[in-house]
Design a protein around this ligand. Structure first.
Ligand SMILES: C[S@@+](CC[C@H](N)C(=O)[O-])C[C@H]1O[C@@H](n2cnc3c(N)ncnc32)[C@H](O)[C@@H]1O
Length: 268
């Protein structure tokens, strides 16, 4: 009994520790977590966060104070540098020349991947306020010659910037519902030339939807924090990619804080 009690306590401690980290990383989720017991998403039950959050569909750019925003982007950048390192080791980007990082945030993936792959250049495509943050990080890294920014809105813009042979979606899809994600994938497909690839980097939930725990916890965070997002399975991504026209879809697993796998599809 004592052993079972200890195991249970350890599990609880671990769950709470991760939930706390997620809450700190994403400050606007704190209120949602306080109300998680009463606000699991169902068609008839409103999500934890009120719908119609002021003027934007995006949580990351509308955090309550500048201080919280600074904390969020520092934490996000540090997490993403490590995740990008894992992705860059697992997926060979040496065959690509021009990366478009859709919702690229602070540019952590672009900085890390361009450092690792000297022939790669990158464009961070994000909301105008966020590309300003990315520009500072890029300048600090000394990569301004190879990493640029392109302010825009991936829902409102009819087309994504062209001329790239690989598009990255890191921690984007889990923010949105299936319909919105399919719309993003369609625009990625249209922006790529034949032979180009899309790389979805996420904490993937297994096809049985039983775990692994980091992906399940992140999915819980997304259920609480967003209006329609959750973490998806490789099969779900495969179906959406193939319906969009992508071919040779494959999944590459790796270990890192912000992702455990990449789902890659090619435009033929
Ligand atoms: C969870 S962050 C991921 C950032 C980055 N990809 C990474 O992994 O470090 C989600 C990103 O999507 C961006 N985003 C949200 N809505 C957007 C929109 N409508 N147009 C462009 N970017 C958007 C946010 O500004 C934010 O940078």
């Amino acid at each position: 009994m004592a052993v079972i009690g200890t195991l249970r306590w350890r599990k609880l401690f671990w769950f709470e520790a991760v939930a706390t980290i997620l809450a700190v990383l994403s400050p606007c989720s704190t209120t949602g977590f306080m109300r998680v017991g009463t606000n699991f998403r169902k068609p008839s039950v409103p999500t934890a966060r009120p719908r119609g959050i002021p003027t934007s569909r995006n949580h990351c750019s509308k955090l309550p104070t500048l201080k919280m925003m600074g904390t969020f982007w520092q934490a996000m950048h540090s997490l993403s540098i490590f995740t990008a390192r894992g992705l860059g080791e697992a997926v060979d980007f040496s065959r690509f020349r021009e990366l478009l990082d859709v919702g690229g945030g602070s540019g952590a993936f672009d900085i890390e991947l361009c450092t690792r792959y000297p022939n790669l250049s990158a464009t961070v495509y994000d909301l105008p306020f966020v590309t300003g943050i990315a520009a500072e990080k890029i300048a600090e890294s000394g990569l301004s010659g190879r990493v640029t920014t392109h302010p825009g809105d991936f829902f409102a813009d009819p087309k994504y910037p062209a001329g790239h042979d690989v598009i990255l979606l890191s921690m984007i899809m889990h923010d949105w519902n299936e319909q919105e994600d399919r719309g993003i994938l369609r625009k990625c497909y249209e922006a790529l030339a034949p032979g180009g690839a899309v790389v979805i980097s996420e904490l993937l939930v297994n096809d049985e939807k039983t775990g692994p725990p980091p992906a399940a916890l992140m999915s819980l965070n997304m259920l609480v924090e967003t209006l329609g997002g959750r973490n998806y399975t490789p099969s779900e991504y495969r179906a959406w990619l193939e319906d969009t026209g992508f071919r040779d879809v494959k999944v590459i697993w790796f270990e890192s804080a912000g992702a455990n796998g990449a789902v890659i599809g090619y435009k033929r």
